[in-house]
Design a protein around this ligand. Sequence first.
Ligand code: BJW
Ligand code: ZN
Length: 237
Amino acid sequence: MKDQAREWLCPARSVAVLTGAGISAESGIPTFRGAGGLWREYRAEDLATPQAFARDPKLVWEWYDWRRGVIAQAQPNAAHRALVQLERRAPEFTLITQNVDGLHDRAGSARVLKIHGDIWILRCSRCGREHQDCRASIPDLPPRCACGGIERPGVVWFGEALPPDVWSCAEHAASRADVFLVIGTSAVVYPAARLVDIAKVRGAKVIEINIAETAASAIADISLRGAAAEILPELLA
Ligand code: BJW
Ligand code: ZN
C-alpha cells in the first residue's frame, strides 16, 4: 500500500493535503476527539461555539489560554517537516489545515490555508479589530480591545462560516488535485470533510494517513494506518 501511495505521489502534478489535529499529536498537542480530547469536563463541541463564549467568555478563554500554553511549548514534528519537503517538490501544492496551532508555519510551510483560523490572532467582538498576540499566557481573561469590547480567539467556531476566500482556495485545490492526502483528521467536521469528497469526485487519488479508521476511510483509495510522523517521511523517502 505504501509503495502504491508513493507511485501516485511521486509523479503527481497537483497535490493537495488536508491536515487535522492528529498531525500535531506527536508534538504533544491533544486532539479534540478520542482519548485525551477532554478539557476539564468539557468537549470541544461545548466550548467552541459563539453561544458558549457569549455565556461565559472567561471559561472559553481559559480553555484557549491553556491550549496556547501547550502549543507554545510544542515543536513541529517529522510530519510537519515532510509536508515542507512535499511543498518544495510538487509542481502544484496546497496545504489546507483545520489546525489553529501554527505548527505548519513554524515547520517552514510557505503557504497554509487555515480554514479554522489561527489561535494566535485575537479579534474584538465589538469593533472587529484583529491583531496577533503570541503570549503563551494572557494575564487578564477575557482580554479587552482598546474600544472596550471583549476580544475572542481568531478561530472558527461551530455554526460560524469559514473565511470565504480561504475556503474557496481550499475547494479549488481539492478539485484540481491529482493526489489528495488526508492526514490526522476524524473527518467529521463539515465543511472541511467535504474537501475529501470534492477531491474524490474530481478524480484525485485519496490517500489517508491516520492511526485509526475514520469517516474518510471508506472513500480513501488507500488508508495507511499509523502515526503521521512515521508514515509521511516514509512516503517521501
Ligand atoms: C493521528 C495521530 C497520529 C491521532 N497520526 N493520526 C454537515 C453535516 C453535519 C453537520 C454539519 C454539516 N455542515 C455543517 C455542520 C455543523 C458543524 C459540524 O461539522 N458539526 C459536526 C461535528 C457534526 N460545522 C460547522 O458548524 C462549521 N460551520 C458551518 O458549517 O457554518 C455554516 C455557515 C455558513 C454561512 C454562515 C454561517 C454559518 C464550522 C466548524 C468549525 C470547527 N471548529 C473547530 C474549533 C476550531 C478552533 C479551535 O481549535 O478551538 O475546529 S471544532 C474542532 O474540530 C476543530 C478542528 O479543526 C475540527 C476537526 O477536528 P480534527 O482535526 O479532525 O480532530 P479530531 O480530534 O476529531 O481527530 C483527530 C484524528 O487524528 C483522529 O482521527 C485520530 O485517530 C487521529 N490521530 N493521533 C495520525 N499520531
Ligand atoms: Zn474593539
